[in-house]
Design a protein around this ligand. Sequence first.
Ligand SMILES: [Zn+2]
Length: 458
Amino acid sequence: MSQRVWNEKAETMSREEMERIRFEKLRKQLKRSYRNSVFYKQKFKEIRVKPEDIRTWEDFRKLPIFMTKQDERESEAESRERTGYSFGMHCLVPPEKMKIVRTTSGTTGTPTFGYSYTKRDYERFKECLARVYWLASLRPGDRVLNCFPALGGIHSSGGLWSGALLRMGVVPLEVGAEAGPERALQFAMLTKPTALLGSPSFAQSLIEASPKVTGKEIREMGIRKLLLTGEPGIEMPAIRRRIEEAFGGQWHVWWALYGEACAASCHGKKYQGMHEVAPEFSIHAEDIVDPATKEPMKVEEGTIGETVLTVLDREGLSFVKYATGDVIEVFTRPCPCGYTGPGYRFKIVGRVEDMLIVDGIRVFPISVRQVISSFSPRLTGAMRIVLSEKPPEITSPMRMKVEHGPGLEENDLTELKREVKAKIRMICGIMPEVEFVPPESLSRSIWKTSMFERKYEA
Ligand SMILES: [Zn+2]
């Protein structure tokens, strides 16, 4: 099959044509949201605007944030009380029309129901994800070891992705992160996957467990396509190199918050960010606000700010002006890879709640961790930022615990500390206090490892 993209029409369209289609869909989404939900009617009323008043892209950008994660939780709690269902007051259809019920992993509080869909919305979801997987090099005939958290209840978004795989003629092999690396490897020996879907932490745990479980290095398993997501900072060159070398395969990162803002990284030695593959289904990288003030920011090459999500053409759960809490860097220029889609590219910079302000300078822990990783193998890459007071504003110097690599002498460490501090100062603009700890002394997690050690009363 020589097809370059999953959806030839949508992924070769000009930006101008795509913009026309999007604006038309936006007007419909705003109208339906106003008409069919108490939540959005109230939001529009508060600012004395009606959907019909939004006539231009500028009008839309000036609208304030309608929903945060907290509002989403409250909207869901209210609907539980009023209707008995958890879909939220921002749901535009009767609850019986919701056919797929899935939640977020709930790693940072009560899980939310954004991964729940009507039949039509799930078709839309599968179309978007198929574009992601195609760009990330999956092809019909591939067999994918799906290592997302898959249990029911609060950890349940896992099985969703398989619908998109089936649509492409790819075979999903469901194992689930909860099974742990040993069982995943035993299953892989029986089913011979060609690709892996999961988090970088899980990929690393497979690398480590393979010799013990299978008697072979992981590269002998034949898993050559690595589709990773779910953790901040996964595009770090050191992590990428380690995973690619161990598997003997190619690494891609991808993104799909609530099945929206779908994006994947392309081929190529240098990471260019993730390409938006389905811009006609949501607004994301073009609606950026200042993470602190929530004021709209001008979006151009290199803009860094919090993304605001607005879904287009989604029938059930409507997210309009939803502050995602994700801080991204946007790229508007064409990518050297030659991908033809009309969307922008973006890199994840961090979560708004992780942002620190040190001496007036905004610092995202991911960029600190990237510096630490660049010192591999002299540093293992594991680190914690020690917080003695509630962020974002913390007293300078920022304190860090950093694992040094094995076999280093006292003299090496003194020199290394000087180098690490200087590089953090150059990249992040602040001079931290660094304390070295022995290799493997900081705990690891199979799904997401925290970058903070919190020492204050919450
Ligand atoms: Zn590219």
